[in-house]
Design a protein around this ligand. Structure first.
Ligand code: ADP
Length: 203
């Protein structure tokens, strides 16, 4: 039986790092960001986005240019909700198709990495067997985002405020990955959770 983990967490909390590590240990990853990029190339979705936001979201190649779409929706909650409404149900269908394929192949563990797993109204959380949440203190995230992505403290804090709080995510979590120390410490925590999962699956 394929077990499906939904991996979520705030900006800079370590989701991608954890999912890379889980992949090294044998998990198959579905990255919601990549599914979103793939969705934007589909003609039905493209048409709806152009209808909603105008031709200015298209690049010279006639494809949706995320660099043009981004500034329209970030900082504008109404526009973002509109985009999410177009995208999230279709992305769910694409993820369901991927999961069905992995089940058919007998893949033991799939990790679905999605920042908005618990926030979207398209019920992505219903696709997973358990929820893992990465958590890092705000000060650490601000420092990481400054160093790794050149974001200011204000930019990072605004992104954090726009997301569901850690407390709420933790309430829903089966596993909390505390990522407030070194990478090695984080890996030890993930390895423990992974071994428990593999044990459970073997029974
Ligand atoms: P998310 O996917 O949740 O936004 P990332 O996994 O991309 O977060 O991590 C954000 C940045 O912080 C990355 O550059 C990553 O390498 C770094 N990072 C994550 N965890 C640690 C850690 N424990 N120690 C040092 N750097 C870390």
């Amino acid at each position: 039986m394929t077990r499906i983990i939904g991996l979520t967490g705030g900006i800079g909390s370590g989701k991608s790092t954890v999912s890379q590590y889980l992949a090294e240990m044998g998990a198959t990853i579905i990255d919601a960001d990549k599914v979103g990029h793939e969705a934007l190339t589909r003609s039905d979705i493209k048409q709806e986005i152009v209808a909603a936001f105008g031709h200015e979201v298209l690049g010279p190649d006639g494809e949706i240019d995320r660099k043009k779409l981004g500034p329209i929706v970030f900082g504008n909650p109404e526009a973002l909700a509109k985009l999410n409404h177009i995208m999230h149900r279709r992305m769910r269908k694409m993820m369901e198709d991927k999961l069905a394929e992995y089940r058919k192949q007998g893949v033991p563990v799939v990790v679905m990495e999605a920042a908005v797993l618990l926030e979207t109204d398209a019920d992505w959380d219903k696709l997973v067997d358990e929820i893992w949440v990465t958590v890092s203190p705000e000060g650490v995230v601000v420092k990481r985002m400054k160093e790794q992505r050149g974001m200011t403290e204000e930019q990072t804090k605004a992104r954090i405020r726009a997301q569901m709080s850690n407390e709420e995510k933790i309430k829903r979590a089966h596993v909390v990955i505390s990522n407030d120390g070194s990478l090695d410490e984080m890996k030890r925590g993930v390895k423990k959770a992974w071994e428990k999962l593999v044990d459970k699956s073997a029974k």
